[in-house]
Ligand binder design. Structure first.
Ligand SMILES: *Cc1c(COP(=O)(O)O)cnc(C)c1O
Length: 397
């Protein structure tokens, strides 16, 4: 766990993405070297105890969280998320499960649609440990006060949500939860810190799958939690003994990816906006869900709490679920794959992937139709992406 370097505080986001947290070495390396080391040695027992007992900074054992490469990454992540500190994990789900274990004991209220693995934890696995969970749709927020009054300790949600890109008023529900003494945690994977800063809107703990935009190249699996040092301490204790630490090699790659996070996400925002606007005029498309479109139900709220509308969009084709599958199957440049946030564009049909385990009735209640296709817009030329979508949709006749 590393604290934000105060000196970095006044620098702009891209400057911090490159410089925050970086440590130099005796050779003048401009970037933090990769310490693949598992353990660290000391001259004397007194020196060892100084580190173990917290009198001096230092590293002891990588799994415990002390490793210069990992700690440099964590300082950068804390700075980029406007948090006091951050913890890096081996996967987004590692971060999310450690968060629930550390802060979910007084119950968890989940609002809106969440990632499939998170849903499985909340709906099946946490109850095995005696952790009580409740779930509300974004349209059922009138029941939130009643659930908070029962003393539930943690409110958890995503915004934009998957796959409808539903926008939840982050500042409003954070204030409501705080008024009842609950902590607030948000999964910021879809927006990334470039487009949304949840800590500045009142969120206590922000989790992200770094496998997506933060990593950005579909080649590393990692996760992060940011927040205050005090709230992160019990999460770090679970990370230590569940063995969820990020690998130093992955931390090194993630640190490199973060240097280009802003330029990547800005371009993905622009490409997605171009594609959303063009598809909205397409005769074979019934609906385009993209927070940047004035027609999108959450557009005004998104404008208030986001600084960019993201690279994710969902379209509903004018046809059946089977026809949507055929459109996805005909795509050539855009690959059929269930991830997001990488340089290459990916498409999935939520009814066959993320929401396959829900009944058709439950999908409908959640506003998810079988004719929906979710697209993670990458960094290709948007004209090429549009041409690919056009040829795939042309087959619908
Ligand atoms: C992918 C994803 C996760 C899980 O992350 P992993 O790195 O695959 O463990 C959690 N939340 C969201 C929103 C995601 O997209």
């Amino acid at each position: 766990m590393s604290k934000t370097d105060d000196e970095d505080g006044h620098h702009g986001f891209p400057t911090r993405a490159i410089h925050a947290g970086e440590i130099s070495d005796a050779y003048g390396s401009p970037r933090t070297p990769l310490y693949s080391t598992t353990t660290f040695s000391f001259d004397t027992t007194a020196d060892l105890l100084d580190v173990v007992e917290g009198r001096k900074p230092g590293c002891l054992y990588t799994r415990y969280g002390g490793n210069p490469t990992i700690n440099a990454l964590e300082a950068k992540l804390a700075s980029l998320n406007h948090a006091e500190a951050a913890l890096a994990f081996a996967a987004g789900m590692a971060a999310i499960s450690a968060l629930f274990l550390a802060h979910g004991r007084r119950g968890v209220i989940c609002v809106g649609d969440v990632y499939g693995g998170t849903w499985q934890l909340l709906s099946e696995q946490l109850s095995l440990l005696g952790i009580h969970t409740e779930a509300l749709l974004g349209s059922e927020l009138d029941r939130l006060a009643e659930l908070l009054k029962r003393g539930t300790g943690l409110l958890y949600f995503e915004s934009p949500g998957n796959p409808t890109l539903e926008i939840i008023d982050i500042a409003a529900i954070s204030a409501q939860a705080h008024a009842h003494g609950a902590l607030v945690a948000l999964d910021n994977t879809f927006a990334s810190p470039v487009n949304q800063q949840p800590h500045l809107l009142g969120v206590d703990l922000v989790v992200q799958s770094a496998t997506k935009y933060l990593g950005g190249h579909s080649d590393i699996t990692a996760g992060v939690v940011s927040g205050s040092t005090a709230l992160l301490a019990p999460i770090a204790a679970w990370r230590k003994n569940l063995g969820q630490i990020i690998a130093p090699e992955t931390a090194h790659l993630l640190s490199r990816s973060l240097c280009t996070l802003e330029v990547r996400v800005q371009r993905q925002n622009r490409n997605a906006a171009t594609i959303a606007a063009a598809l909205e005029r397409h005769p074979k498309i019934r609906r385009v869900l993209y927070p940047g479109l004035p027609s999108f139900p959450g557009h005004e709220l998104a404008k208030r709490q986001m600084s960019g509308f993201g690279g994710m969009l969902t379209v509903e084709i004018d046809g059946s679920g089977a026809e949507a599958s055929r459109v996805v199957d005909r795509l050539r440049l855009i690959r059929l794959a269930p991830s997001l946030g990488g340089v290459e564009s990916l498409a999935t049909q939520p009814s066959t992937t993320s929401h396959r385990d829900f009944s058709p009735e439950e999908r409908l209640r959640r506003g998810i139709s079988d004719a929906m296709i979710r697209i993670s817009v990458g960094l290709e030329d948007p004209a090429d992406l549009l041409a690919d979508l056009e040829q795939a949709l042309a087959g619908l006749d």
